[in-house]
Design a protein around this ligand. Sequence first.
Ligand code: ZN
Length: 312
Amino acid sequence: MINAIKGLHHVTSFAGDAQNNNHFFTKTLGLRRVKKTVNFDAPDVYHLYYGDEQGTPGSVMTYFPFPNIGRATPGVGEVGRTLFSVPKGSLGYWEERLTAHKVGGLSKDESFGAKQLHFTGVDGDSFALVETEGDKRAPWTQGGVDGDHAIRGFHSTSLRLRDEGATAELLKFMGYTAQEKRGDVHRFVMEGGNGADVIDLQTLPGAAMARAGSGTVHHVAFAVENRAKQLEVRKALMDTGYQVTPVIDRDYFWAIYFRTPGGVLFEVSTNEPGFARDEELAHLGEGLRLPKQHEHLRAMLDKSLQPIIDAA
Ligand code: ZN
């Protein structure tokens, strides 16, 4: 079993309009844009990162905005919902705030003993805020949401699967502990993780496979401390029969990727070096940062990428 994984690192999705995406995460949800760069594998598209002050692993939601992408068709073999942790007693505030911002899909319920508020992102993404007791992670409070209410980071993601068996085995191998099953949802928890410690597996045997589009999660990344731990994880996964990519330099972390049995793409990323690698902490996410292999495209990208205006 692997003991180097410490919870989620980031979650990456497809968006349509970059401006709407930026507005939703920075103004409606009050997160900080911690990096404005491009998709390193397709540099004509942005890669936008939103999180806490530093973009701490476990807080970072990222997007590839494709202006002409079609809407997703939900199904199995994908992430069903991404959930953020908020303080106990804060859901009333959030319900009012999201209503005032005309956010759709609002509904409240309880899951595994915690109150949650469901909502839909601008691209139809399925989200929820979960009231979490004792989440000690420091929130970003310069985004219009005060410290009594602000998002602490991820609470969890839920994966929709036709059959949970092989994915459940994988999560246990990755260091997660299986907890109870409630209805069609089986909860897995990373003990001693970074706070973004929960993965839920939802089993929907008769459902159709998902079709990707805007609002679809492209992959879920898990956190390891450093490159040595990442190599341990890579070897352990490969020894178990997984096909894992070589280590890829993403400038702000190193990444490896592998496809899980249920169809969801997993990444394992390092906490080092972080988002302050090429910008001062006070100015994270402000300018367009390009990796050195794409720096020669800057003049072209300045013209072709949709301008993002950070209105007050
Ligand atoms: Zn990633």
